[in-house]
Design a protein around this ligand. Structure first.
Ligand code: LAN
Length: 675
């Protein structure tokens, strides 16, 4: 971590090395300005809080709940939400699945209903435009299943039009491979909540506004809709894939089963499901793992016990998902991305060698990481299908409580990197807990998944009934998670390896090399890796390269050479790298229409600078120039396209990616004598 902190003398440029020196002082200046900016917006808790936004199917649910339970939105929220939604509407009247996407029937219907419930009239021009688009696309009866569930809850659809989601799934023997405890946790908790609402056929009371919406949304009269025939009808624009035959067969049998389900079994299953929902709420301080189950769980508990203290707490916690973003006030995709952002600030600051000039910032950053490590497993964790949590780090904050593989690796690396600036450094024992948790999470194939060890084969993905998302059923091993775990374990080995017991030392070595094998096996023939959570091949390839290097691969390892070669072919003429979010959905590299993007340029430079600074010197320099030229006078960078993704189709805006990734790229380049 020895950055160059002396200021460079100004001189007349005569030789190449003079040019390098001047550029490098520009690089250093960009770093100082960039960290200065981050320092100016650091929170009092030591972390960074910003937009974590993108999906357009969240705010409607928030509005629906307030309508259903009769808690009016504040006037300020109502006005702000309406403005945000109007801004999100496309010129043709539709709403995308996410803020940068093409119109979907799903989100157009949900946002239409939300606007109407917030008091926008049927004759409003934006509403009329959305109304026309809905009807041009077949009317609301053809919304995908998630839309069908929401509309049924609002009593704007019939549960008869939905494929069954029986709560009895939860009382099946746990050993069965299709037991929902084996699903990816995000899918599992959404299925949990829907199965409750479906199982008791919860519906809102029809008021005059809902009754009018029944007339507005469908092409035929509401009472004439053939609901069972709608179960498989999905607007083609929204569909991400055709349902496989096995799923259609399963749905058929579930339909029969639903008709014959004895009331006593249903009652027992509903009781179990409600108990699981409450456990999820209590172990997350009523935040819940994500925005969708937060909404549905709140409604489920309210439907069961509207006047309870528990239901009140769940309702009171809803605003934790609301944030005033660059796009307007809206519901976020998580309760925040604070730990994730703070962890990357920690690493980039440490690598810049400038932490000594930003001591209060470094100290507070460390404090946030320290205070947000998860200190305990959840109560009765096995009964509620939970992995251990102790020693892990979450994506947002400790109150949220769900640890994640790469967030744990990042928290661990951040704590190690900034330890010299800590007022009270963490106990090594706590860092070793993180190491052990990472070891626990490794899958049999040598890779790591997102939140949990993989619990069922990838074949279960064929039962993905979402219609609009890919990869939701099974938490399989992935390049980003595997690379992060390798990086975290390798960092721990080199900083606190002397505190490892012999067995832990052996396990860490073995885990890293098995992880590297997994990463190698995942590399595509063109040298790239496909990312799952950032866009897309640029992000995945950065992780692939770093994972292999941290596992001990040499820069001339053929896998590294091929990966760097892939990135080199994607550099734009402006010196930057720019990949479109279409890559994630199409699963092949798509160039961004606007040329270089700050965030992807930073990822590519980060990858190349460690792959081989000498060999890629010119490409790196062009990338750095692209970055420094675009930095704003206040040290920030301008907002550009979406940088994150989930489940292949839905994009996200990680607000601070445009800050710490360029800074980190500059820092590592300077450290390697380029800039
Ligand atoms: C996230 C956010 C963080 C993200 C990383 C840590 C960056 C990643 O490396 C692993 C996966 C993870 C934890 C992740 C998984 C899916 C999430 C939770 C999200 C993208 C945020 C929102 C998304 C969640 C599924 C959205 C709710 C919508 C549903 C379809 C249920």
């Amino acid at each position: 971590m020895s950055g160059r902190t002396t200021s460079e003398p100004e001189s007349v440029l005569t030789t190449d090395s003079d040019i390098n020196r001047t550029v490098s002082s520009a690089g250093l200046e960009a770093l100082r300005r960039g960290f200065g900016y981050l320092h100016s917006i650091q929170g009092t808790h030591g972390g960074w809080t910003g937009d974590y936004d993108g999906p357009l199917f969240l705010l409607p649910g928030y509005v629906f709940i307030h309508h259903i339970v009769g808690r009016p939105l504040s006037e300020a929220d109502r006005t702000a939400f309406i403005a945000t939604l109007r801004r999100a509407q496309t010129s043709e009247g539709s709403f995308g699945l996410h803020a940068d996407g093409k119109g979907y029937l799903f989100t157009t219907v949900l946002n239409y209903v939300a606007l109407r419930l917030m008091g926008v009239g049927a004759d409003d021009p934006d509403i009329r435009c959305a109304h026309a688009w809905i009807h041009e696309n077949g009317g609301a009866s053809a919304v995908p299943s998630w839309g069908k569930y929401w509309l049924s809850i609002l009593n704007l659809y019939s549960w008869e039009g939905c494929h069954p989601v029986p709560p009895e799934l939860w009382i099946l023997p746990q050993a069965l491979p299709i037991h929902p405890s084996r699903f990816w946790c995000h899918c599992r908790v959404v299925v949990l909540a829907i199965s409750y609402l479906y199982g008791r056929r919860f519906q809102a009371h029809v008021d005059p506004l809902l009754s009018s919406l029944r007339n507005e949304l469908f092409s035929e009269p509401f009472d004439a809709v053939d609901w069972p025939a709608m179960r498989d009808r999905v607007c083609p624009v929204d569909r991400y894939f055709e349902p496989p035959r096995i799923l259609r067969t399963l749905n058929y049998f579930l339909g029969i089963f639903e008709k014959w389900m004895p009331g006593s079994v249903r009652a027992k299953a509903l009781k179990t499901v409600l108990d699981h929902i409450k456990h999820e709420q209590m172990t997350t301080d009523f935040i819940d793992i994500g925005p969708v189950n937060k909404l549905l769980d709140t409604l489920a508990v309210w439907s069961a016990e509207p006047d309870s203290e528990h239901a009140r707490k769940a309702l009171d916690a809803l605003p934790q998902y609301i944030f005033d973003c660059e796009r307007g006030k809206t519901m976020q995709a998580y309760n925040s991305s604070e730990l994730w952002d703070t962890g990357f600030v920690a690493l980039s600051l440490a690598d810049s060698g400038l932490a000594g000039q930003f001591v209060p910032m470094a100290r507070e950053t460390y404090r946030f990481i320290d205070e947000n490590q998860i200190r305990n497993d959840v109560d009765q964790r096995e009964r509620y299908f939970r992995d251990p949590s102790k020693g892990g780090w979450p994506f947002s904050n400790r109150a949220h409580g769900w640890p994640i593989v790469d967030c744990t690796a990042l928290g661990l690396m951040g704590a190690l990197a900034l330890a010299p600036y800590a007022l009270a450094p963490m106990d090594t024992g706590r860092l070793l807990e993180a190491v052990d948790l990472l070891l626990f999470w490794q899958n049999n194939d040598g890779g790591w998944s997102t939140y949990e060890r993989q619990r069922v084969g990838a074949w279960l993905e064929t039962l993905n009934a979402s219609e609009i998302f890919g990869n939701i059923m099974v938490d399989v091993s992935q390049v980003e998670l595997t690379s992060s775990a390798i990086q975290g374990l390798a960092a721990a080995r080199s900083s606190i390896g002397d505190r490892f017991k012999p067995v832990r030392a052996r396990n860490v070595d073995a885990a890293i090399s098995r992880g590297a094998q997994f990463v190698r096996a995942l590399q595509r023939p063109d040298g790239s890796w496909e990312g799952n959570w950032g866009i897309c091949f640029t992000y995945g390839t950065w992780f692939g390269i770093w994972g292999l290097l941290d596992a001990g691969a040499a820069p001339d390892d053929p896998a590294i050479v091929r990966a760097a070669g892939f990135l080199r072919t994607k550099q734009c003429s402006d010196g930057g790298w720019g990949e479109s979010h279409e890559s994630c959905t199409q699963r092949q590299y798509v160039q961004h229409a606007d040329g270089g993007q700050v965030v992807m340029t930073a990822w590519a430079v980060l990858a190349l600078v460690r792959a081989s600074p000498e060999q890629h010197r010119d490409a790196i320099k062009a990338g750095l120039r692209f970055l420094t030229e675009r930095q704003l006078p206040n040290g920030d960078w301008p907002a550009q396209g979406m940088t994150g993704v989930f489940n292949r189709t839905c994009m996200l805006n990680y607000r601070f990616y445009r800050n710490y990734f360029p800074l980190w790229a500059l820092a590592l380049a300077l450290k390697n004598g380029i800039a």
